[in-house]
Design a protein around this ligand. Sequence first.
Ligand code: ZN
Length: 344
Amino acid sequence: MQDRLQALKEEALLKIEQASDLKALQDIKVSYLGKKGPITEVLKGMGKLSPEERPVVGAYANEVRDAITSALELKISELEQAVIEEKLKKESIDVTLPGRPVRKGNAHPLTAVIEEIEDLFLTMGFTVAEGPEVETDYYNFEALNLPKDHPARDMQDSFFITEDILLRTQTSPVQARTMEKHHGRGPVKIISPGKVYRRDDDDATHSHQFMQIEGLVVDENVRLSDLKGVLETFAKKMFGEERKIRLRPSFFPFTEPSVEMDISCFKCGGKGCSICKHTGWIEILGAGMVHPNVLEMAGFDSKKYTGFAFGMGPERIAMLKYGIDDIRHFYTNDLRFLKQFKKA
Ligand SMILES: [Zn+2]
């Protein structure tokens, strides 16, 4: 009987060893240790044994049971561990895979042009000044020598919030605000970039909102030739060293004398083409010597101090520089347009 038990034990242990999944082990458990299993069968025959043999065989049968049970438990935990490891392997993150590329943005062409202009003037000793876009009538017009009945106001119709508060039509109010802060003492040397607003019908060259960059220098003995020198440096740095400039007489209420600056055409070099409208010259900005009234209103002694101011449109400069044909491209946020200005 013991031999039979011994054989069953070896057979069961071998099967457990060879089992490859939990289902197989469950089947082994049922078939060997179950009520209808061979060990139970063997034990049923115990009655035929002598009283001396019975406890010996009974003890051995228990030993066989225990051996099979612990072998099963060991194998079950081994298989469970293998299942967990397999799962971990499948779900692990492969850090050697390349990541999804993050799309990099680029500066808006207007921002790029404004920063380029700012950098250029910073190297000439200017500082950047800013002012509010919602402005009072006083700073937007009156302090700039544009009293309420001045006809030049018609060219700058704006969006009024009240009779005395409006969206600024130009960056020039920053001139008046900055000069006031200097309490009549020079030098003042600023450029002021920012958004301005005018009541205008939008088309390829007009927009109700656009950018301006204003420049102002006030000090003793500032002359028109100083203005010319600064503008010439700007034109050459921005559009090429071989550029020539010319100043044409013009009118602005806040400067006297006033000029418009043209640069020699960078496309045809002066011979005449579609960009320069066959004149060889391209209009870039307006400028002039600060009107004595503007200096006096801002608290400067116009007998002691003189100054010059200039104003330009970054849109126009960007359009010329990059050959952009419609001002509306700047404001519609079409990525196909904006991505073309990615720096290499
Ligand atoms: Zn040309």
